[in-house]
Design a protein around this ligand. Structure first.
Ligand code: ZN
Ligand code: MN
Length: 491
């Protein structure tokens, strides 16, 4: 990341959390754990959450004489993700990155250095902002240290334990250029990357289980300049909330140091979620400290153009294309489209609309009432039928919601579920006469509805709707009642 980052233009979003005249520069390094059956260089099972040190062998423990064997599926997944990010796929070589850490039994990490598998891509955020990708390389994960006592912090711990189950798990590290200028975009970038990772099936992308971990390179500069000042790297951020807070805190810390002195030191820092601040780690090593050299036990990876063409041909629709298609078909807004694609419910929505369901109602039902983990029993046909019943007034909104609950639990025909629940279509004439009766019984409320101010009207609408719901045992559609009230008062 040695080249200059483009200077701000009037179109560049300005981060409001920073003091006037300062600009935020963020580049992200995201580690994604690949969802392979086995580890990167051995046959050990790649699984989260099992007893410590049960998925280990001589290779991933770095015992003398053991040799790595490259996991073909991991390489394939790396190329799939690379192509999804618009990268070029290169001839690549594995390298040793040498450093000592107890959770890394070989004393080096097998990774890629100057010849990464993927380079020169880009990630387009949901709002159209483009972040360039420098590289997306293959490497192995380290084990995990557990510091016991002292609040889990290494300095104050009484002792530490190491679990090597994670050692050798395949990772892709995606390195962005320092193109991000706002906290919002930093979050959007991780969200979008996560969506792509899920859509391509290369990872389960569970941030809370550490399947995605983010390092943020943060620096600041005077607005309008194109220099890159000293940056600090904040390590292992594992939630979107922490990402935003950590960047903001770090940027303010640096601005303070530039304003009162000669600026920050290049450094690795850690985010302390409880204290709400970053704390210093090691002074940032330069690249030469790692004494990179080519891994002698593994051959270079050199995919043929036919292999890459096959990956392109098999690429599933990516989130941005799926959002566009969903929005065109249903009229969904940006946020709703993002949510439904993330949940994988866009196919259901499109099928429902294709089967004649109203687009807006389809989106509303899905966004509000299908936020469940397992909706596999909901078939497109029956979902479409449900939305049609709601649109026709055969079911009120609250009834439709209950029937959708039945579909989630048992699947089947929405009309049958409505029958079982005793939901009958309330026709409008029935409602109208009921409303006439209520108006006759409550003349004062009615005149407040007709002649009152906005607040009165709202309150009285609530009153009449409530009365009607009571009389119909909740079977009336609140929206229809509101329409009838408005019609009556203006005639
Ligand atoms: Zn192993
Ligand atoms: Mn890495």
């Amino acid at each position: 990341m040695s080249e200059l980052a483009p200077a701000a233009t009037p179109e560049t979003p300005v981060e409001s959390a920073l003091p006037e005249g300062w600009e935020l520069i963020v580049g992200l390094e995201v580690h994604v754990e690949l969802d392979t059956a086995t580890k990167l260089f051995c046959g050990c099972v790649n699984r989260f959450g099992v007893d410590p040190n049960t998925n280990v062998c001589p290779t991933c423990l770095g015992l003398p004489g053991s040799l790595p064997v490259m996991n073909e599926r991991a390489v394939e997944m790396a190329m799939i993700l690379g192509r999804a990010l618009g990268c070029q796929v290169n001839r690549s070589v594995m390298a040793r990155k040498n450093y000592f850490y107890p959770d890394m039994p070989k004393d080096f990490q097998t990774t890629q250095y100057d010849q990464p598998t993927n380079s020169e891509g880009e990630l387009k955020l949901a709002d159209g902002f483009v972040v360039r990708i420098e590289r997306a390389h293959i490497e192995e994960d380290t084990g995990k240290s557990v510091h016991v006592g002292g609040g889990g912090r290494i300095n104050e711990a009484v002792y530490s334990l190491v679990d090597y189950n994670r050692a050798g798990v395949p990772l892709i590290e995606i390195v962005s250029k320092p193109d991000i200028r706002t906290i919002e975009h930093a979050r959007n970038y991780v969200e979008e990357l996560r969506a792509i990772v899920v859509a391509t099936g290369v990872s389960d992308a569970r941030m809370e289980e550490g399947s995605i971990r983010v390092d943020a390179n943060v620096s600041v500069r005077r607005f309008g300049s194109s220099e890159l000042r000293t940056r600090c790297e904040i390590k292992n951020i594992n939630s979107l909330r922490s990402l935003g807070r950590a960047i903001e805190h770090e940027a303010l810390r640096q601005i303070d140091l530039w304003t009162t002195g000669s600026g920050p030191q290049q450094q690795t820092r850690h985010w302390d979620e409880d204290a709400g601040r970053t704390t210093p780690g090691r002074s940032k090593e330069d690249v030469e400290d790692y004494r990179y050299f080519q891994e002698p036990d593994l051959v270079p990876l050199d995919p043929t153009s036919a292999t890459i063409a096959a990956i392109d041909a098999a690429m599933p629709p990516l989130p941005s294309a799926r959002r566009s298609a969903l929005r065109a078909a249903t009229g969904a807004g940006i946020d709703a489209a993002r949510l439904l694609v993330e949940r994988g419910q866009d196919g259901l929505a499109m099928a429902a609309v294709a089967a004649g369901a109203d687009g807006a109602k389809t989106v509303t039902r899905l966004v509000n009432d299908l936020a469940v983990n397992d909706w596999s029993k909901v078939e497109a046909e029956s979902f479409a039928a449900l939305v049609r019943m709601e649109s026709n007034g055969e079911l009120s909104a609250s009834q439709a919601k209950q029937v959708l609950g039945d579909l989630v639990e048992r699947g089947g025909d929405p009309a049958a579920h409505a029958d079982v629940r005793g939901f009958e279509a309330m026709d409008t004439t029935e409602l109208e006469s009921l409303l006439d009766q209520l108006i006759g019984e409550n003349p004062e409320e009615w005149s407040r509805y007709c002649g009152g101010d906005e607040g009165d009207r709202k309150k009285m609408q609530g009153f009449f709707t409530g009365q009607i719901m009571k009389a119909t045992r909740g079977q009336a559609d609140g929206k229809v009642v509101a329409q009838l009230l408005a019609k009556r008062s203006s005639s």
